[in-house]
Design a binder for this molecule. Sequence first.
Ligand SMILES: *Cc1c(COP(=O)(O)O)cnc(C)c1O
Length: 431
Amino acid sequence: MTTTATLPGSPFIAYAAHSQGQHLHVEGVCLADLAREHGTPLFVYSKAAMLSALAAYQRGFAGRKAHICYAMKANSSLAVLQVFAQAGCGFDIVSGGELTRVLAAGGDPAKVIFSGVGKTRAEMQQALNTGIGCFNVESEAELDVLSDVATGLGVQAPVSLRVNPNVDAKTHPYISTGLKGNKFGISHERALQVYQHAASLPGLKVVGIDCHIGSQITETAPYLDAMDRILDLVAEVEAAGITIHHIDFGGGLGINYNGDKPPEADALWAQLLTKLDARGYGQRQLMIEPGRSLVGNAGVCLTEVVFTKPGEQKNFCIVDAAMNDLPRPAMYEAFHQIVPVAPRAGEVVTYDVVGPVCESGDWLGRDRQLVVQSGDVLAVLSAGAYCMSMASNYNTRGRAAEVLVDGDKAHLIRQRESAFDTFALEQLIGV
Ligand SMILES: *Cc1c(COP(=O)(O)O)cnc(C)c1O
């Protein structure tokens, strides 16, 4: 494929020759064709890009005992889960609903780990009945309740404690999770005591330790710091007679949205494994929970320009995708590159690219230089993670359709929601 512009992210999403000039493709499929066939907004994912992101982790862990559990909240569409399940991945889940999805996609419950600060009794029961691999417990109260639920079912729940290593992942405050002020995890200082408590409870079996320090992390240092803190604790807990069978280092590795330069997964793990070896833990059972870095740059969202609206201070490019489809800009002021799928010649204009939702926060990109007319299709890049999985029906907008591309085949993996779908569970009251 020949590239006319440098796009962040995946080599599987690039401009390539087409009868009418250079058009953006996902693998062998032309995005302009897909937009015509399925309409917009439309998410399009590359299977090869997902497997290539996974392969970087697999290379990094070659020769080690390591489980990769895809953090499915990044993108929980069934066919995406199916791709990772078939590639041998386990799943990091944060709700009973996600567990139901894993099973529907053919995932192995024994390879599921259950994270999250607010697991309910019903979710604990569901997960115990399904036989998941491990509960990543985030508080002392959760330990007691989980032991009680497991005892009631006549089983023991495998548990890992999520320890808060108190390191700064240097990311956006909303996606930083490893600092003392965060709601996540058990404080490093209390961890030994909490392990002793866990070991004393009849319904629990201590199997591991875990941490997760944040998301969109683009530096190696926070991982190295967190690893040191976690290994200190493993030594302390094992000295107290409690065996830690696996060490789980969480997820959080960033992707390139706009010139970001996170380490490659294999390079990051080469460094982390050097430290692990030096400290004598290199042959332990390891786990990781990557989400964004497996899917973020494997997807785009196609959107059609509805109107252009020139203004005194700003020009607006109004598109048919909105904050309900792509919530990251409104939520975190996140940046996504926006490019035409079929570039045209003409005058470059600076636009704010905005959606039709009735909120000033409904913007997808600010001050973007584009040559566009209404009817053109734009691709919002790096939209594979935390977009569709966070989408809503705000403004009674049906959620977008999704396509998974595999080579030159395009599979529709989710139909577009109709307005009727959005209120199918609602009822009028009797008169
Ligand atoms: C969200 C989350 C992840 C994945 O984070 P990414 O930044 O998407 O890699 C992993 N573990 C836990 C506990 C999480 O909450």
